[in-house]
Design a protein around this ligand. Sequence first.
Ligand code: UDP
Length: 472
Amino acid sequence: MATVTRSIEMFFFPFVGGGHQIPMIDTARVFASHGVTSTIIATPSNALHFQNLITRDQNNGLSIFIHALSADIPDTDMSASPFIDTTVLLEPLRQFLLENRPDCIVVDMFHGWAGDVVFELGIARIFFNGSGCFPHCVHDNIRSHVAVENLGSDYEPFFVPNVPDRIEMTRSQLPVFLRNRAAFSDRVRQLEEKSFGTVINSFYEIEPAYADYMKNKWGKRAWIVGPVSLCNRTAEDKTERGKTPTIDEQKWLNWLNSKKPNSVLYVSFGSLARLPPEQLKEIAFGLEASDQFFIWVVGNVLNSLETKEKESENWLPEGFEERMKESGKGLVFRGWAPQLLILGHAAIKGFMTHCGWNSTLEGVSSGVPMITWPLTAEQFTNEKLITEVLKIGVQVGSREWLSWNSELKEFVGREKVELAVRRFSEEAEKMRKRVRDIAEQARIAVEKGGTSYNDVEALIHDLKARKLANQD
Ligand code: UDP
């Protein structure tokens, strides 16, 4: 078996940072662990963030490489924005593909332009959009069956038709491409439809009906291979994922070690979210009033502020951090946190999350129930999966889908934050039991013979069949 699969060579072309790059790197590592030769194509600046991780894999015998392209995208806090133009990478990519024709290339949807060059060269192109099956199915059905422009208001609820669960949404929660269909081309959908298939970071058991929907869609190939974050088995791998953490390990670890099991709320809004100072203050007041232990990773949120504001720290209520420190109630961190390690700590009781799909899967795989605070992308739809289908989270009450980098239309007030934390605490035990069962299913899915394991093998098999057919 090993000798046959060794002959399969896969390229992975992740987006330039954040929540799209991290899971694709893990996916490349998963395939390498199944005997494939995986090459991750990256910009020179970005490659630095995961070089150590890949070197460790190589030292452990995996056939995995990084190819740094000859063009670069400056590595700034903004470089992972979905709107960053990456077409400067086109020629170096074409050159690399001409010289090294792999059996397939997995391409992130934000590198939409790469579709044509891959197609011209006759290489199997596999689509990756970073989300699960549930939003795909929900959005397809809204697109086809709901006249959202005819709803009475942004807040008039409607049920999503043709889905096995009762999902109620409002127009205010929908991504702009679903609200204003005329203004958006179907380019991403076309890219997906013209591809060899789709690799999905999810696992069958978390969303079986929706996974079936994906597998049946246009008779298309869909391989569900996650949660890919579970390939990070050592503390080292969990620490250096995406970026090297900038928060002091001894500080957070000692602090968490001093807390009882299931007592601390982890608060993070992912790698990109930018919340204005007014909203940050409401979070701080809400957390303080809820009397809940917490670790709050503010991270990139601060990038929305002017340097002067950042330095003056006036985005937090006066004396907040000192009070939290003295009472031992909370820690506020600026920068990049080792999220997988924190979520895996026994003291963590819950995760206040923006419902990014990676954070959602990481929370689920760690057996941690959630407080959901969606902001953009497909996060409002993920919230429905978490709170209404799986019943492993409570909603903070965020209502407005926000286009990336635009101004918040309405704040979630401190009362709502406090109330959500208190409601969460009342329901945490029941939710924890449910999410731990799902976490166990996730663990089994990626082990030998599990659903995700088998889908990885199935894709390798399909690529071998294609290769053989092309040789005839
Ligand atoms: N992440 C992290 N440390 C941070 C912030 C984010 O490790 O301080 C990781 C997190 O574990 C996840 C990814 O960044 O894998 C964020 O992806 P997600 O889909 O949740 O949200 P996005 O950043 O794309 O909005």
